[in-house]
Structures are given as structure tokens and as C-alpha cells.
Design a protein around this ligand. Structure first.
Ligand SMILES: [Zn+2]
Ligand SMILES: [Zn+2]
Length: 271
């Protein structure tokens, strides 16, 4: 089993205090072969305001220092979790261009409402007893995901956590399943597969293992071949949490390989 975790955050992200030296050491301690730091850059902030520039200088400085520190004990990659690319594709492309040759991997995310609910992160929405809002959140996310995969395929390598709205919908006790949206999700997966992109199994620090088996089955049926895994750790202690189980699930779904990225090119590793 090729142990890898290619979704993680550090203090460069607005919602993490972690040092990359600590998360990388945690990756080594967990037995990972490969680890990727993917700090957030959302074109829309948490509160819906447009974002300023991404701090590439600090990101690259931290990455280079820790890469030297870990040596050959860990394959350390530089990634980014780019949110809301459809909000401003030209700006998304400019941010990625600044990543230059060192940029290995781009996770494409949608955390925010776009054009409604104040453009805020879905985290801030109150879904309690509000099925109508919950449905709008899923529909809005899927609509923007469709735009991402059809209009901005250069703005992502792996489609991050397609179940993101459900994290908060379920948090607030509303029973809604991605199965209600199977046709739309399959259309997205078909496009992801056709354009040789990947789908991410995001186990959310080991807290979300159950969402993925049906999604992996759909992705495979839609022609998907590339699957990435991420624990989405924001603290060193969460690195690699749920990754062995994720790799087992991918294997059980009939995939032979897990995918990592180097200089934005997929590298397949036998499971
Ligand atoms: Zn995310
Ligand atoms: Zn993340």
C-alpha cells in the first residue's frame, strides 16, 4: 500500500496554526511515503469578501526549508487548495501561474455560496430545520462544480470533497443525501474522467469514511481512473487520519492505483 496524504494545511491557511515542519514530521511518524501541503487560497474569503493575493513567498519559503529538513525521509510536495475558481477564473489562473515550476498539485474546492447568501462559506449557514436552504446549498455547489470542470479544467487537478455542503447540512441535523443528486454528480464525474482529472477521497481527519464508497462506484462507472486521498489535517495530530481506510476503500471499489501529483502531472502508485 502506497501511504500518501495529499491534502493538508499549515499556518499559511486562515484556519490553521500548524507549522509545516510539525505536519511533515507527523507524516513521517505515520509512515507516509508522500505528503503534500495544500494551503487554502479561496477567491472569496470566509465572510464572502473578495480575497487578496496568495502569500506565495511565505508558502515557498516554508516549503523549501522543510523539504531540506526532511531530506529523503519523505517525498514532500507543494500544492494549493484553490477555492471558488469559477467566481473569477482569470484570477485563479494568475494565482496558479505564480506557483511556477514548484507547484505540484491543485485541489479544486467550492467552500462558498457564489452570488447568493452573501457569498459566505457554507460553514456559516444555519441549516437547522431548513431543507430548502440545504437543497439550495447542494445545488449551488454542484452548479459551480460543473462550471469548474467544464469551463476551468486548468484550475484544478483533483476535485476536492464534493460532499462539502453535506458536512454542515448534517451538522445541523438535516437528512439529505448526495444520492438525491446522482445524475448531476455522475455528469460531473464523467467530465472529470474525460479530461483526465482526479477525484479526491477526503476523509476529513478520519471523520468521514462513509460518504465515499458510493461516490467511488459512480466515479468508476463514469470512466474515472485517478483518485487522490487527503485527511485535510489542519493540525499535526490529524495528518494521515483515515488514510489507510481510504486506500482500502479505493481498492475495494476496483481501482488499482492511488494518484499523487508532481509538477501538476499525475503519478500512479499501485495499491
Ligand atoms: Zn476544503
Ligand atoms: Zn482543506
Amino acid at each position: 500500500m502506497y501511504l500518501c496524504d495529499i491534502h493538508s494545511h499549515t499556518k499559511i491557511s486562515h484556519d490553521s496554526q500548524a507549522e509545516l515542519s510539525d505536519t511533515a514530521q507527523a507524516a513521517i511518524a505515520a509512515g507516509l511515503r508522500e505528503f503534500c501541503v495544500t494551503d487554502h487560497h479561496d477567491l472569496l474569503n470566509f465572510d464572502g469578501s473578495p480575497a487578496g493575493p496568495f502569500d506565495w513567498p511565505a508558502t515557498k519559503e516554508q516549503y523549501r526549508a522543510v523539504k531540506r529538513e526532511v531530506g529523503d525521509k519523505l517525498i514532500l510536495r507543494l500544492g494549493i487548495e484553490l477555492g471558488s475558481a469559477p467566481y473569477n477564473p482569470d484570477m485563479a489562473r494568475a494565482v496558479l501561474a505564480q506557483g511556477g515550476e514548484e507547484l505540484d498539485f491543485v485541489l479544486g474546492s467550492l467552500h462558498n455560496w457564489i452570488g447568493m447568501e452573501g457569498d459566505r462559506d457554507l460553514y456559516f449557514s444555519d441549516f437547522h430545520d431548513n431543507m430548502e436552504l440545504a437543497r439550495r446549498a447542494v445545488e449551488s455547489t454542484l452548479a459551480h462544480t460543473w462550471t469548474l470542470v467544464t469551463q476551468c479544467p486548468d484550475c484544478y487537478d483533483s476535485l476536492a470533497h464534493i460532499v462539502y455542503p453535506l458536512r454542515y447540512i448534517h451538522r445541523d441535523g438535516v437528512e439529505l443525501s448526495i444520492a438525491d443528486y446522482e445524475e448531476r454528480v455522475r455528469a460531473i464525474f464523467t467530465e472529470v474522467a474525460k479530461t483526465d482529472h482526479a477525484m479526491e477521497v477526503n476523509v476529513c481527519r478520519g471523520e468521514d469514511l462513509d460518504s465515499w464508497p458510493p461516490l467511488l462506484a459512480w466515479f468508476k462507472e463514469c470512466g474515472g481512473k485517478l483518485v487522490t486521498v487527503g485527511a485535510d489535517a489542519h493540525r499535526a495530530e490529524d495528518v494521515a487520519k483515515g488514510i489507510p481506510q481510504a486506500l482500502e476503500m479505493i481498492k475495494a471499489a476496483g481501482f488499482d492505483c492511488v494518484t499523487t501529483y508532481e509538477r501538476r502531472k499525475p503519478v500512479l502508485h499501485k495499491l
